[in-house]
Each structure stands twice: as C-alpha cells, then as structure tokens.
Write a protein that binds this ligand. Structure first.
Ligand SMILES: C[S@@+](CC[C@H](N)C(=O)[O-])C[C@H]1O[C@@H](n2cnc3c(N)ncnc32)[C@H](O)[C@@H]1O
Length: 359
C-alpha cells in the first residue's frame, strides 16, 4: 500500500484490526467504514480500550479474549466513550469477555464455528495433540511433516467434507451464498475441495508460528509473539500516544461515506465486499465505483479480493460519463499481487487485486 504521512485511507472496518494496523503506518487519517454497526461497535470498543486502559488490561481483553473484571472496566472506562448503538450492543454482551464460556473469540457466529472445532478436537485427543504440535513446530519442514504424516490422513474424512459443503457452515463464517457459488463453479472438488487446497497451502507452505489468523481460531487467543500489530506493547503505546486520534469511524455504506466526505482519499482497502454487491446490488456497485473515482486523489491505490480469480464486475461495471469499462480504467499491478498472494496467511480468496486509479 506504500503508505506515507499524507495518505488518507478508507478501510472497511470489519472487526477493526486492519484499521488499527494501518494507523501504525502514521497516515494523515484512517476512515473505518462499515454498513454493519456491530462491526463498528467492536472497533469502537478497541479504540476506547486504547484510549483508557493500560496495556496489560487491554491485552487480556483483546489478546487473551478473557478478562475476569471486564464488566467493571467496561462500566468505568470504556462505555463513556462509546456511541449510543455501541453502548446498547455491549451492555448486553459483557459476559463474552469474562471467560465463563471461554474466550471472547469463541462468541458470535465465526466464534461458534471455532468452538465447534474445539469440541471436535476434544473428542479426538490424538488429532488435537498433532494440531497443537504443528502450530508449535520450529521449522517449516517439521510443520509440513506433521501435517502430511499425522494430520492429513485423519482430518479430511466424510464428516468434515459434509460440514464444509453446507451453506449453513459458510454463512456462520461469513461467506454469503453468491461467493459460495463462485467457489463451486471454479473448483472441481467443490467448496470442501477448495477449502482443503487453501488450508493445505497454509499448513504446508507458510510458517504457522506467526500465523495469528488461524492461531486465534485454534487457541481462542493471540499470543504476544503472534498477534496483530496493535496488540504489541510498543505499537499499543504509539496508538495511545496519539495515533488513535487519526481514526474516524463511520457507519454506512462506502458510497454514503464518500458522498459526504470533503477530503480526497488516497488509499482504499475494499476487502471482498464487492462480491456480494455484484450479485445482489449491481447498480449500487456501479454507483460505488463512481463515488470512489470521484473522491480519489489522482493515482490513488486500492486493494480488493474476491472469491473469483477474475471477478466479472471488473468487466460489466461501467464508470464515468463515458461509461468506460472498469477494467480499462484501473491499472493492475498483477505481478505484485501474485507475489503477495504467495505469502497470504489466510489464503481463502482466489482473487487479489492491487490497482491504481487514474492519475
Ligand atoms: C466481514 S468483512 C469480510 C471479511 C473478510 N474475511 C475479509 O477480510 O475480506 C465484509 C464487511 O464488509 C461490510 N460491507 C459490505 N458491503 C459494504 C458496503 N457497501 N459498505 C460498507 N461496508 C460494507 C460488511 O458489513 C462486513 O463487515
């Protein structure tokens, strides 16, 4: 993303980790946008924690996912800084952090899937020991050997294949139906085959020791060695010392935000949200691209990903008064995107694009 001090970054909030990590590059501002107020409620809670808590308490809450005194800290320090929606949301969910049902990361939809995987591993103690050993392996060769010899032969049975093929499971981990259809259309092994291939790449080709994306699923917590940047002590302190003031949170669509924003944006982190829009709201997606092009600095950069290697919206979205094809308006950095995809520690998206907007 090549972020510099003059950049204004738009990022889809999601759970807020990305927005906080981009702040660490000291841009002028980070605008975290999400249409879902619950996602922003979580980011607001993190931001309130950065502003008012010491590192130890903050790490217990968002690193360990358990703080026995969360309700007191929430009432005395965090709640006063939240928006009315976020207050209503968290007022009823303090127990998520108090550990009676395990970690915070085992709550919510995706958390429930993680907890179900844990329950499954409890029933298969040998598999569980191998999975834990694989995450602790000192070298990639050792990790790969554990996967190939001990885990792969017993993990991919019919029960797991069946579970992964259900839309229900995909919905729980945030994959809407159109995205699942895209995956099915592209992969001969269907959704479970695609997931197997993706996970095998992660487990065989990339070190798991610093893969906090899967680590938090497995353990229900981050460790101080393997966690997003904002959870590391020095970075937390930099945020607390002032960087957090550069964060602006907006609840609404990307288009609504851009239409009301007076400053131009130089970096766009769009995640995968255009996949569902292209199926359910194609006109809204066209309107969004017009808004992006209107409110972008010359030569601004955007990144986005998709369940499809070549998402069709790049061809049918037309932009500007001349109705140009989106693909022809953007400058694609294909080699850079390919290279970065090789080290993608999540690896569940077939398509990743880095594009520059017109200069
Ligand atoms: C859950 S994230 C996707 C996370 C995915 N794992 C990733 O990192 O690519 C998608 C987010 O986009 C938000 N979203 C979808 N369409 C949007 C839009 N048009 N404007 C703003 N936010 C949107 C959703 O509310 C959701 O929080």
């Amino acid at each position: 993303m090549d972020i510099g001090p003059d950049d204004r970054i738009l990022v889809i909030s999601s759970a807020g980790c990305n927005a906080l990590d981009y702040l660490l590059d000291s841009p002028t501002s980070v605008h975290a946008i999400d249409a879902n107020p619950r996602q922003n409620a979580l980011l607001e809670l993190k931001a309130a924690g950065i502003r008012t808590l010491d590192y130890e308490d903050f790490f217990k809450i968002f690193g360990d996912g358990i703080h026995p005194e969360f309700t007191r800290l929430y009432r005395d320090h965090l709640r006063p800084l939240l928006s009315p929606f976020a207050r209503r949301f968290w007022d009823r969910r303090c127990p998520w952090f108090e550990g009676k049902r395990g970690s915070f990361y085992f709550n919510g939809l995706a958390g429930t899937v993680a907890r179900a995987f844990h329950a499954y591993l409890r029933l298969r103690p040998k598999l569980r020991a191998h999975v834990e050993a694989m995450f602790e392996a000192e070298t990639l060769d050792a990790q790969r050997a554990i996967y190939d010899q001990k885990i792969a032969p017993i993990l991919w049975g019919p029960a797991l294949r069946w579970t992964l093929s259900r839309q229900f499971t995909m919905s729980m981990i945030g994959v809407p139906h159109p995205q699942r259809r895209e995956v099915q259309a592209q992969h001969s092994g269907g959704v479970s085959g695609f997931i197997r291939e993706s996970l095998e790449y992660v487990m065989r080709e990339l070190p798991l020791k610093d893969n906090y994306f899967y680590g938090v699923y497995l353990r229900g917590r981050y460790t101080q060695d393997s966690c997003p940047g904002y959870l590391k002590r020095e970075e937390f302190e930099r945020l607390q010392a002032g960087l957090i003031d550069r964060l602006h949170i907006y609840t609404g669509t990307v288009t609504q935000f851009l239409q009301g924003e007076s400053h131009l944006i130089s970096r766009f982190v769009l995640l995968d949200h255009m996949d569902w829009m292209s199926s359910y709201h194609p006109e809204a997606l066209m309107e969004e691209w017009d808004a992006i092009l209107e409110r972008a600095t010359p030569g601004a950069r955007a990144i986005m990903r998709s369940a499809h290697a070549r998402p069709s919206y790049l061809d049918w979205v037309q932009v500007g008064p001349e109705k140009q094809q989106l693909r022809n308006v953007l400058k694609f950095h294909e080699e850079m995107a390919r290279e970065l995809t090789r080290s993608d520690r999540v690896h569940t998206y077939a398509g990743f694009h880095i594009v520059d907007l017109p200069a």
